[in-house]
Design a protein around this ligand. Structure first.
Ligand SMILES: [Zn+2]
Length: 159
């Protein structure tokens, strides 16, 4: 069975007893989470979130870049979130390469892309939190805190 077959069958089972048809669009906890796309991270579970509780914005590294800011501004101004948490994690793939590595591997078509790798997770989380804190469209009424999730223990530590 292909992976697509597996996930569509899983969806049939999921939709068979679906009970979330009436959730409001605005996240109940007024929370936005920015975290990494890493397959080991299950933010809803490690943060105790139910469907409808929070926005979860994911990308490679869980970094607050222009695209994450776009989502956070919409989250805050249109959908009522009042707070963000940024969650990096140990053993992140973004620690394992440089732009030069990837440009060399992928050739000229990649040369103009900044893949936004970073050498230190906690530092990058602090930088992302500061990007939110200092953003003119988020600064005054939007709280932010940062954490590092440990892929070996499941714990988050504030940074
Ligand atoms: Zn990662």
């Amino acid at each position: 069975m292909s992976v697509v077959d597996e996930v569509t069958q899983a969806n049939e089972r999921y939709a068979g007893d679906f009970a979330n048809a009436d959730l409001p669009r605005q996240p109940r906890k007024k929370l936005a989470v920015v975290t990494c796309m890493d397959a080991r991270l299950d933010p809803a579970r490690f943060l105790g979130l139910e469907p409808g509780d929070a926005h979860v914005i994911r990308n490679a590294g869980g970094i607050v870049n222009d695209e994450a800011i776009r989502s956070l501004v919409i989250s805050h101004h249109l959908l009522g979130t009042q707070e963000a948490i940024v969650v990096g994690h140990t053993d992140c793939g973004m620690l394992t390469f440089t732009n030069a590595d990837l440009h060399g591997k992928l050739g000229p078509e990649a040369a103009s892309i900044d893949f936004q790798p970073f050498p230190d997770v906690a530092d990058r989380v602090r930088q992302s939190a500061e990007t939110i804190r200092s953003h003119p469209l988020l600064s005054d009424s939007f709280k932010v805190s940062g954490f590092v999730y440990d892929v070996r223990t499941g714990e988050i530590e504030p940074v």
